[in-house]
Design a binder for this molecule. Structure first.
Ligand code: 26Q
Length: 859
């Protein structure tokens, strides 16, 4: 009884210092009025007819209203002080949901929660009404979203530019164990967070030809498509900054297909408008395999062309929509503009900026080239050769004739420089040429980016080293000063405060709330590794998160999981290099051990795997089927009981990550060393108090550096060992012959043990493992299994486990995307994240949370 009271007192104390802030009474009253007004006037419903979604929408508008003042003020301020602008160009922004993130960042979470309760509504019930903005495939797109949050939080004058796809990444359904893709109709119920800006529409040209004249080159006979901008506000964390994400949507110009129109073929002309508007219809769902589709090229060019026109307009004029030139020359351009290319997808920005500066603005080649070089920088996200963009020259020539001319000249000048430096080295020139000769000529976009940019960076230490040592070795020799590293990060607002409020409140109770913008402060938690009461609190928080996930799994998949079992989780895109199949081999091995010793004392585990496979990636889809078939066998074996359960997490996405990651005990980061550029899921798990089993790959290397090997379950070959093994000739079969457990597992896959209805179903996986095994699963199996055993042993000792979790949380501060963005700002963009905070706007009604409330008071 006494402990119950103590717990309540504790809970009350934590509530007082909650990161959610305190709800001032008058704030809650205003909130209720505003919310009511939106239900009534915006949604046009009453308390009888309003649905949950109506309440969600009304809440979204209520919250959005409080962004408006800050939004306007931020941009007035930018026009006043005219800082250097940073433009983040990306084909993907994987934003997820916006509602709760907005409330967290403007400090109104608590008053909103309180206010809703007066209507008998729980925020938790309304949140799921918001469909994820899933305009991304995975890591690269989510990184862009985390960067927007950090750039706004650091007060940078930064803009995201991307594509407003009508359909984001497909919705994954599992039918009979197989992945089925369904269109992601994210705009079906409208999007309260976006603002269309038809007044800033811009023309984009395709096809046609180049005419040479006295005045230079002219692009003629082109087809026109309009790019319509939609703006989404990006609030910084409690700093009154609201930046903008501007997404382009293709729109047929009024004049489109006028030819038909004049012939009286009116209906056909209206019909054909779809052709133009199809450009931004759908996100390409490939994230590791380049396919040279013309529609994708059009998407990339639409992004680049519209964004460059837009940012040049911003440079030249003093107000949007005011076309009075205040800067008639480009003399200050490099002082006012930084352009970051998120992989090569927006690489056409290079020839496009050259074209604009020369053909439209009349600058010389040399001046234009210098400007391009000083403004553009390129981030590489992959070393897999099949993922690198290499566009057929013939396709480029048809679609963008002038750009191909420019690329030829860039290449000519560049190869001349190579010749100067390495006279007569023809092979080097072949290796470095932007245009590769094969059975068809292609443009290597990564090389174009390296030659044209002042900075090139990888996304983790080890990845950046690999770029210098192998992938771009020749280029590193030529431009060593351009190569940098910028280790990825994640935003602690979404990936801790939003998704794991209990943990962030627990942390706040010990070290205060400043870790939200200074994540290195988490080091201050190290002093509690021996405090049993703190560790027990940590365990309690984790247990509650696990229970929430268990409830979801039971509700969605009808699988009952044991919340006391170890939650062993691998969530990421399905790809051979990420080795979900190695995880499968471990599951099968555990199953075989239980079957061999049914009376044995096993540490119960629930293994969860989630992720989407590219629709055209057959082997990846077969792996999904295998996981589901293993689950069927294991979950229905009464002898296994609740000692082992396997769950495939259907339709893994940002919002599901927010539920899954806080519930993890064990994070699987098991890619072959040298293949995962960085990974960012690994960081999210670490921050949320999971332990990691992983290889020395990507950012795992730096996680180990921060936390110490003794607090990390390392296994597998190093990059050097992989290299060595390949040199001597890798024979996967050897490991099969040597290891009876591996043999048994592989044989079961081959013999139809997991597919009795079709025994040869997984033959291709078997052949792959035994005869190719490009990612060396067979070699790493033994060490993986050995370390998994150590994981189980530690799980038997909850306090030791929790202490190690705490050490991981305390060591995760480096992986804040605020740190990453500070480094980009300093080393690449040449901008200074200002400590200056915009004052809060004056608002007619105020229901602000504590933090904002205090700032208003201080004015
Ligand atoms: C390219 C051309 C045509 C169609 C699609 C694509 C395409 C699209 C997406 C190619 C690649 C991607 C995505 C790559 C990606 O997500 N890479 C991941 O980036 C993360 C952020 O840096 C890293 O953490 C991961 O390691 C890396 O795999």
């Amino acid at each position: 009884m006494a402990s119950k009271i103590k717990e309540q007192v504790e809970a009350e104390k934590r509530r007082q210092i909650s990161i959610r802030g305190i709800a001032p009474l008058e704030g809650v009253v205003h909130f209720r009025q505003d919310f009511n007004r939106h239900v009534h006037y915006t949604i046009i419903k009453d308390r009888v007819s309003a649905t949950k979604r109506d309440y969600y929408t009304a809440l979204a508008y209520t919250v959005k209203d409080h962004l408006v003042g800050r939004w306007l003020r931020t941009h007035q301020y930018y026009y006043e002080i005219d800082p250097k602008r940073v433009y983040y160009l990306s084909m993907e922004f994987y934003m997820g949901r916006t509602l709760t993130n907005t409330m967290v960042n403007i400090g109104t979470l608590f008053p909103c929660q309180e206010g809703l309760r007066h209507f008998g509504l729980e925020l938790e019930d309304l949140e799921p009404c918001e469909v994820d903005a899933a305009l991304g495939n995975g890591g690269l797109g989510r990184l862009a979203a985390c960067f927007l949050d950090s750039m706004a939080t650091l007060g940078l004058a930064a803009y995201g530019y991307g594509i407003r796809y009508d359909y984001g990444i497909f919705e994954q359904k599992i039918e009979g164990g197989w992945q089925k893709e369904e269109p992601d109709e994210w705009l079906r119920y409208g999007n309260p967070w976006e603002l269309p800006r038809p007044e800033y529409v811009l023309p984009v040209k395709f096809y046609g030809r180049v005419e040479q004249s006295e005045q230079g080159s002219k692009w003629v006979d082109y087809q026109l498509v309009h790019a319509m901008p939609y703006d989404t506000p990006i609030p910084g964390y409690l700093n009154n900054t609201v930046n903008i994400l501007r997404l382009w949507s293709a729109k047929a110009p009024t004049s489109f297909n006028l030819k038909f129109f004049n012939n009286g073929e009116y209906l056909q002309a209206v019909h054909d408008r779809n052709l133009a508007e199809n450009i931004t219809r759908v996100l390409y769902p490939n994230d590791s395999m380049f396919e040279g589709r013309e529609l994708r090229l059009k998407q990339e060019y639409l992004l680049v062309s519209a964004s460059l026109q837009d940012l040049i307009r911003r440079y030249q004029t003093d107000r949007p929509g005011n076309f009075k030139l205040v800067r008639p020359t480009f003399d200050e351009f490099t002082d006012k503009v930084a352009i970051q290319l998120n992989d090569t997808h927006p690489a056409l920005a290079i020839p496009e900026l050259m074209r604009i500066l020369m053909d439209d603005e009349g600058l010389s080649w040399e001046t234009a080239w210098d400007i391009v070089n000083k403004t553009c920088a390129y981030t590489n996200h992959t070393v897999l050769p099949e993922a690198l963009e290499r566009w057929p020259l013939s396709m480029l020539e048809r679609l963008l004739p002038r750009h191909v001319e420019i690329i030829y000249i860039i290449n000519h000048n560049f190869l001349e420089d190579v010749e100067k430096r390495w006279p007569g080295d023809a092979d080097r020139k072949r290796r470095m040429s932007l245009i590769e000769e094969g059975h068809e000529k292609v443009v290597n976009m990564a090389r174009l980016c390296i030659v044209a940019s002042h900075a090139i960076n990888g996304v983790s230490k080890i990845h950046s080293e690999i770029l210098k040592k192998s992938v771009f070795k020749d280029f590193y020799e030529m431009f060593p000063e351009r190569f940098q590293n910028k280790t990825n990060g994640i935003t602690p607002r979404r990936w801790l405060i939003l998704c794991n409020t209990d943990l962030s409140d627990l942390i706040t109770s010990k070290i205060g709330e400043d870790f939200a913008t200074n994540l290195e402060l988490l080091r201050g938690l190290e002093q509690y590794v021996e405090s049993e009461s703190f560790l027990r609190n940590l365990i309690r928080v984790k247990q509650a998160n696990k229970q929430k996930l268990a409830d979801y799994i039971e509700q969605e998949f009808n699988i009952v999981v044991n919340p006391a079992s170890m939650f062993d989780i691998q969530v990421k895109r399905i790809h051979e290099y990420k080795r979900q199949l190695l995880n499968c081999l471990h599951i099968i091995t555990l199953y075989n051990q239980i079957k061999a010793h049914p009376e044995g004392n096993f540490v119960p585990r629930t293994v969860m795997i989630g992720g989407k496979a590219a629709p055209s990636y057959y082997i990846a889809k077969l792996v999904i089927k295998l996981i589901n078939n293993i689950a069927k066998v294991v979950n229905n074996d009464p002898e296994v009981g609740d000692r082992l359960k396997v769950v495939f997490l259907e339709n893994y996405r940002v919002s599901l990550a927010e539920l899954v990651i806080p519930a993890a005990d064990l994070s699987e980061q098991i890619s072959l060393a040298g293949t995962e550029a960085s990974g960012t899921g690994n960081m999210k798990f670490m921050l949320n108090g999971a332990l990691t089993i992983g290889t020395l790959d990507g950012a795992n290397v730096e996680m180990v550096e921060e936390v110490g090997e003794e607090n990390f379950f390392l296994f597998g070959m190093t990059v050097e060992e992989v290299e060595e093994l390949r040199k001597e000739g890798y024979i996967p079969r050897k490991y099969y012959d040597e290891n009876a457990d591996l043999q048994q597992a592989v044989d079961q896959i081959n013999s139809g043990f997991f597919s009795p209805e079709d025994p040869s179903l997984f033959r291709e996986i078997y052949n792959n493992l035994m005869f190719t095994d490009r990612y060396c699963l067979m070699k790493d199996y033994a060490s993986y299994i050995a370390v998994q055993r150590k994981v189980s042993d530690l799980y038997r000792k909850p306090l030791q486990w929790a202490a190690m979790c705490l050490r991981n949380i305390a060591a995760s501060g480096k992986f804040s995307s605020d740190r990453t963005i500070r480094e980009y700002a300093r080393d690449i963009w040449g901008v200074d994240p200002s400590a200056f905070k915009l004052p809060a706007p004056q608002e007619s009604s105020t229901w602000l949370g504590r933090s904002d409330y205090n700032k208003t008071q201080m004015e």
